[in-house]
Design a protein around this ligand. Sequence first.
Ligand code: TMP
Length: 213
Amino acid sequence: MTRGQFITFEGGEGAGKSTQLKLLAEALDHAGMEVVTTREPGGSKGAETIRALLVTGEVDRWDAQTEALLHTAARRDHLAKTVWPALERGTWVICDRFADSTLAYQGYGHGLAKDFITGLTRLAIGDFAPDLTLILDLPVEEGLKRAGGRGGAEDRYERMGMAFHERLRQGFLDIARQDPDRCAVIDATADVDAVHQAILKVVKGRLLGFCVP
Ligand code: TMP
């Protein structure tokens, strides 16, 4: 049995990840492929419990190290309970955020050292990594405007200020530059269908050899 492919979506607030993830999953499903969609923090019972601690409440609720540890603990549970079993069954897994978010938000955003975060990730999940990471990029102001329009209680990160969000946008672009074989930057300012077509093109091009529509 061939192991499934692991695709992650990354980007700042309001970049359209959830919409694009759904469209990609539908396209793959339409082509007869087994696909599961999931998210971080979350995606398993334990990780969803940790998520509630991270995305609600006061901005300064956690210090940066504790926050990175919580995200990493949630990631370990999510992989063990949801992602790894699916990949082993040959199912493709598409995940809304993954370890690049920890480097972008807790590293570039909160200022934790890159070595601290990469060390923590390695300790928790070894050298497991996505087969493809799609980084949806758009100006911070536009993203926060879109995200603010969604409302809801899960807005702890949205309240972290423009400078924080600028740093993590640059962080995602740095990550893409440093790992171009795994990452593709997608211009998320275009309309939903144009972004979807750009994503399909990358998936077909990068994961060649797999039956992609
Ligand atoms: P979401 O809004 O995309 O569902 O993600 C929840 C928030 O968690 C989002 O604002 C980014 C943040 N986050 C981190 O700060 N570090 C991480 O490792 C992950 C996965 C998410």
